[in-house]
Write a new protein. Structure first.
Length: 394
């Protein structure tokens, strides 16, 4: 595998043959500040493409764009499939307070007949199933390019798959889970198959992972933090629901006991101060609580409980039950409605420390797809937020 140091030294010796001899460090400094879509267009130049596609530069770009304003991605469900839209999500400024802002959503792609997908850094992997075989495709929202992944060795019906990023090697991987029950499924444990694929490697193929606790993934939610995938599962040996971690670099599983509380099931996973947090929302007539169980030590299975009380103002702005989306790098909670009673899509950015709230109205999404009755959920069935773009598949 190519090391970052050797890659960096080789890239410094290159020169751009356009009549201008700029230091390579300066060229990389300029390029890493550009959006991924612009870099994709610059790849038409072979000298620039050799820089942009270099793994060392991709890691520099990843670090640079981690501090940029994020984006919200909206999945609109309809009879023929799902539509993907995105909208800019600005970072919090010192002068920002309560108020309302308007943003316009951009349409990306129509997905037909998909049921399972994963999102990370603006990459969307989705599964299609046909003739007894599962096929996974990755869509890059920055470059608007869809890339099918290699076929499996044999017929597969994937129970779930997840995208992850290893920041040490600077590579993306896909973890697939295929849980198969025997005929007497009430008395016997399922047989689990786990396979992993490294993206961007032309010679890469699916690799079977043998080790790991026997478990059935729930995968209501999953997240990748610092090169580790987390998801909730039922573990047969201990007969308990816990959190499974998968280290993307070592490709090893670990069972983490869940938070020490009764009746809590994973509603959402998020990154809180660089650590895994399991989130639950408790509502009352006057106000509500956002409960975070933060994983302090995965080896010792230590969790710390944090409770944030928010005023009734937040609930009144959403006009119905809250749905937690994510936590921004600035520490703001991103909330939206479980369903919309009006033809208007909006989200809230709430600061739990100052109790300030910002409302963002999102236009550009077909209004007929947004409105739902009090007894039905909005077709806006998944919303993701990300603050990193990806140069994958350039």
């Amino acid at each position: 595998m190519e090391s970052a140091s050797s890659s960096s030294s080789r890239i410094k010796r290159r020169k751009i043959s356009d009549g201008t001899k700029l230091p390579m460090d300066l060229i990389m400094e300029i390029l890493k500040r550009l959006p991924a879509e612009t870099l994709a267009n610059l790849c038409e130049s072979k000298p620039l493409a050799s820089i942009i596609r270099n793994r060392h530069f991709k890691k520099l770009f990843f670090t640079e764009c981690s501090s940029r304003p994020g984006r919200l991605f909206f999945f609109i469900k309809h009879e023929d499939g799902s539509e993907l839209f995105s909208s800019r999500l600005p970072t919090r400024s010192p002068a920002s307070g309560e108020g309302e802002a308007l943003y316009v959503a951009t349409h990306h792609i129509t997905f037909g007949g998909i049921t399972k997908f994963s999102c990370l850094h603006g990459l969307f992997s989705y599964e299609s199933y046909r003739f007894g075989r599962s096929k996974i495709t990755v869509y890059n929202s920055s470059t608007r390019v869809s890339t099918p992944l290699p076929d499996f060795d044999g017929p597969r019906h994937i129970f779930q798959h997840m995208l992850g990023y290893d920041p040490v090697d600077g590579v993306y991987k896909v973890l697939c889970m295929d849980s198969r029950y025997p005929c007497d499924m009430l008395r016997k444990k399922p047989r689990n198959f786990f396979e992993v694929l490294t993206l961007g490697d032309d010679h890469s193929s699916w690799k079977m992972i043998q080790d790991g606790p026997t478990h059935t993934p729930y995968v209501k939610t999953h997240i990748c933090i610092n090169g580790v995938l987390y998801y909730d599962a039922y573990v047969f040996e201990s007969k308990e629901t816990g959190v499974i971690s998968f280290d993307l670099r070592s490709e090893q599983f670990r069972l983490i006991s869940g938070p020490p509380c009764e009746g809590l099931f994973v509603k959402k996973m998020a990154r809180y101060e660089g650590k895994l947090a399991i989130i639950s929302i408790l509502m009352s007539e006057d106000n509500g609580n956002i409960v975070l169980w933060v994983l302090e030590d995965a080896v010792k299975h230590e969790w710390v409980k944090k409770v944030f009380v928010f005023p009734s103002l937040w609930k009144s702005l959403l006009q119905c039950n809250l749905h937690f989306l994510n936590i921004t790098h600035a520490g703001e909670f991103i909330l939206t409605a479980r369903y919309f009673l009006t033809q208007q899509c909006y989200v809230l950015c709430c600061d739990p420390k100052t109790q300030r709230v910002r409302k963002f109205v999102i236009e550009g999404i077909p209004k007929d797809n947004l409105q739902a009755s009090e007894l039905t959920f909005c077709p806006l069935h998944h919303i993701f937020s990300t603050q990193v773009e990806s140069l994958m598949f350039l």
